[in-house]
Ligand binder design. Structure first.
Ligand code: LER
Ligand code: MN
Length: 278
């Protein structure tokens, strides 16, 4: 399993759960100094960061791009895959398609979280889920053609009324015409929605493609009350090899949040050195 830390480059969203903010190069330098394997980027659009610049910075700091977030499409432009206006749905697909193409330049998958939207008043949930599946089918196939997977993220009930648990997420992605869509287990959302984090991870099994690493209160792991040993055991049991990516509040500040995150990652996920002898 590989560690990652989030970097948000979207000034419009000041209160979101991202560890590093605003300055790409300074954030990469800090992530590399702490020993993270990769970074997850949250940008305003697919052309917000020049690919050549990102490529040379990732090379310079020896970091991988773990994933790209697409949520700015909703937060800044009001787009979702389940809007009742077909033109808005088309624009949402286009926005995500561009993000997929951007991430694919670096072998990184895009994440569909808040861009899934909601069944809004006047729209049946079944209808919204059909639109969501349509979007995931189109985008999952586009991602496959570019050699990357597409990540779909169940969110807690206060952020979407569509899919709140891994189990219903598995049902949704199994119903698609593509096998290229995988699930994101965000430990914060799961802490609200799942009866057992470990059992849900075990049941999602090979459908799991990404993990958002945050404690019960969305602070870095270790600053809340989530019991992580069972989660770690379940991830090992399903042979999960993807990123464990810190999408958490920069509490008490970005540097301490990043430090706590890598400390927790090393504590729980790094192979322990065995001592022999007495
Ligand atoms: C996105 O990964 C997510 O978890 C949402 O809650 C965005 O805030
Ligand atoms: Mn998340």
């Amino acid at each position: 399993m590989k560690s990652a830390v989030t970097i948000a480059l979207v000034p419009e969203i000041k209160t979101g759960p991202w560890i590093y903010w605003h300055d790409l190069q300074a954030s990469l330098a800090k992530a590399a100094a702490l020993g993270f394997d990769g970074v997850e980027l949250f940008t305003a659009s697919a052309d917000a960061v020049e690919p050549d610049r990102l490529s040379s910075l990732l090379g310079e700091y020896g970091l991988r791009l773990a994933a790209v977030g697409t949520g700015a499409g909703k937060v800044i432009r009001g787009l979702t895959l389940t809007d009742s206006d077909p033109e808005v749905r088309v624009q949402a697909v286009e926005f995500i398609a561009d993000m997929i193409a951007f991430g694919a330049l670096f072998g990184a998958p895009a994440i569909i979280g808040s861009m899934q939207g909601n069944a809004v008043p006047g729209v049946e949930k079944e209808q919204a889920l059909e639109w969501l599946a349509e979007g995931l089918n189109t985008l999952g196939k586009q991602a496959e053609a570019l050699g990357v997977r597409l990540i779909y993220e169940p969110l807690n009930r206060y952020e979407t009324n569509l899919i709140n648990q891994l189990e219903t997420g598995v049902q949704l992605i199994r119903s698609l015409d593509t096998e290229n869509v995988v699930l994101l287990a965000d430990l914060f959302h799961m802490n609200i929605e799942e009866a057992s984090l470990a059992d849900s991870i075990r049941r999602a099994g090979s459908h799991l493609g990404h993990v958002h690493f945050a404690d019960s209160n969305r602070r870095p792991i270790g600053f809340g009350h989530t019991e992580l040993n069972g989660v770690v055991a379940a991830l090992r049991e399903i042979d999960y090899t993807g990123f464990i990516s810190a999408e958490a509040f920069p509490w008490p500040d970005p540097d301490q949040a990043a430090g706590q995150t890598i400390h927790a990652f090393n504590q729980y996920f790094k192979p322990r050195t065995r001592t022999h002898g007495l």
